[in-house]
Design a protein around this ligand. Structure first.
Ligand SMILES: [Zn+2]
Length: 486
């Protein structure tokens, strides 16, 4: 890796030489010079550096940003997700991601400030790539909204996640409106989990009372209609307050249709989808219990017709982000998905699947390599869009002078077969076992430091830093739609 000739005239700490670099919206033959963790030069002429990395035949893309992942999170049932910040970020790095945005979850009765402090503690000294937090607000008291939220926003925590379902997490519509109003004032981005709470609970009760317990009935208890209804309601509230919102893990054509309609009407609505909604269907839940639990996530996987609509949305800009919704529970053990045995009702199986490491290889392979997605859209969905929406632009999400040197070298010709044995996230399983992927990240660089290179981990725990997010101007800068909504 070190070139003796280059050492003598070292100008940069690191030079990535001879790659096809995605900069300024297109692929260009450039050399990247890195100094003090930042991109210091992009040049068609040779650069000299202390370390020179040969990127011939590789694509040099902005490091991936995953804005939806659950790491070391205590869930509403008291279980903690299985991986900590080290395992999760090592997996993410091998998958071409250089920044993760997990959640700091407030529990009711707890101060938001205390919950953020607790999650900062869980991450500190462990992550190998950078991270930032969204705050899950479950108890929007006047103190939380009027004192803590402004203080935390000023410290760089500028997004909140709001749930419309789950007993322990949900806000009712009145609380949602009040929280959206405060978010608007502060320039804080609201992310919304949109599923109709009462529809889901009522359906689940009926199903279970009639003896329908198998995981396949998760799809019947959480139908696309429940997602569509809540998405429409959330968008109505956003329209009332004229606040941009971010709809998380859109899984169905029906919900995507609501978002498209709102976007056409001029609302600023951002949205993401995830690999499981492009590659799995509800029929994956038909397997025997011990296998079916692996596929239990919420919302559940839908149908092939939904896949087509979501691919359209990835192509045409309806979606600005592609996220994993990584949420790992082991299969066995005290918090495992199989802990209650084969007769466990579908609503007692922990929901979520591992995805940090496979997110971008799957998007590249199924999208770019198969001709469904341009490389421009891949970069937008994996890095630029997430950075822009969540207040990281300028520093993250693009290869540009002055930005952090978060770079991923992709070998577009490399192929592999996904298998839990070769993944690094510690989950012990992947729902993509046996899936062939075409195109792979081979080197991941975070702030100029090699994190993984050719299959080896080169960074120690603690390289990753907490990144402060800016307040997002598009949220706070617009005039209030009425004096009583200011
Ligand atoms: Zn999630």
């Amino acid at each position: 890796m070190k070139s003796a000739a280059a050492v003598a005239t070292a100008g940069f700490d690191l030079v990535v030489r001879g790659g096809r670099v995605f900069a300024d919206g297109r692929l260009q033959d450039l050399n990247v010079g890195v100094r003090d963790g930042r991109v210091a030069a992009l040049s068609a002429t040779p650069l000299a550096g202390t370390t020179v990395l040969d990127a011939a035949g590789k694509l040099v893309l902005p490091g991936g940003i995953d804005v939806h992942c659950h790491i070391a999170q205590t869930t509403s049932t008291g279980a903690t997700t299985a991986d900590g910040f080290y395992d999760a970020t090592v997996g993410a790095a091998f998958g071409g991601t250089t920044l993760v945005m997990p959640f700091a979850a407030q529990h009711r009765g707890q101060s938001l400030r205390a919950s953020v402090a607790a999650y900062r503690e869980r991450a500190a000294g462990r992550a190998v790539i950078d991270y930032a937090f969204h705050m899950i607000v479950t108890d929007p008291t006047p103190t939380v909204l009027e004192t803590e939220l402004p203080e935390l926003a000023a410290q760089g925590f500028t997004s909140v996640k709001l749930y419309m379902t789950y007993d322990a997490l949900r806000l009712d519509d009145r609380q949602l409106l009040e929280t959206l109003l405060h978010a608007r004032r502060l320039g804080v981005v609201p992310m919304i989990h949109a599923e109709s709470h009462d529809m889901i609970n009522w359906l689940a009760e009926r199903l279970l009372a009639l003896g329908y317990r198998h995981p396949r009935h998760l799809a019947h208890a959480r139908p696309a209609l429940a997602e569509r209804e809540a998405t429409d309601r959330a968008l109505g509230m956003a329209e009332l307050l004229d606040i941009p919102v971010f709809i998380v893990h859109v899984s169905s054509a029906a919900a995507a249709g609501q978002i498209a309609r709102a976007q056409r009407a001029g609302l600023t609505v951002h949205a993401e989808t995830c690999p499981q909604y492009l590659l799995l269907t509800e029929h994956d839940l038909d397997r025997p219990f011990h296998e079916a639990v692996k596929y239990c996530c919420s919302p559940p996987p839908r149908l092939a017709g939904d896949h087509a609509a979501l691919w359209d949305g990835l192509r045409n800009g309806l979606f600005a982000c592609f996220s994993s919704d990584h949420s790992v529970f082991h299969l066995d053990g005290p918090h495992g998905k199989r802990k209650g045995g084969a007769n466990t009702p579908f609503d007692r199986v922990p929901y979520g699947l591992p995805g940090l490491e496979t997110r971008l290889p799957l998007l590249f392979s199924e999208g770019v390599a198969r001709g469904r997605l341009s490389l421009e859209r891949f970069v937008e969905l994996s890095a630029a869009g997430p950075a822009r929406i969540f207040g990281l632009a300028g520093r993250k999400g693009a290869i540009a002078p002055g930005a952090d040197a978060d770079l991923v070298l992709w070998d577009p010709q490399a192929r592999t077969t996904l298998s839990a044995d070769s993944l690094h996230d510690g989950a012990g399983y992947t729902v993509y076992e046996g899936t062939e992927v075409h195109g792979l990240p081979v080197t991941t660089i975070c702030r100029g430091r090699l994190i993984c290179h050719e299959g080896r981990l080169l960074a120690a725990p603690g390289h990753g830093e907490l990144i402060a997010c800016e307040r997002v101007a598009e949220v706070g800068a617009r005039p209030a739609p009425a004096p009583w909504l200011a």
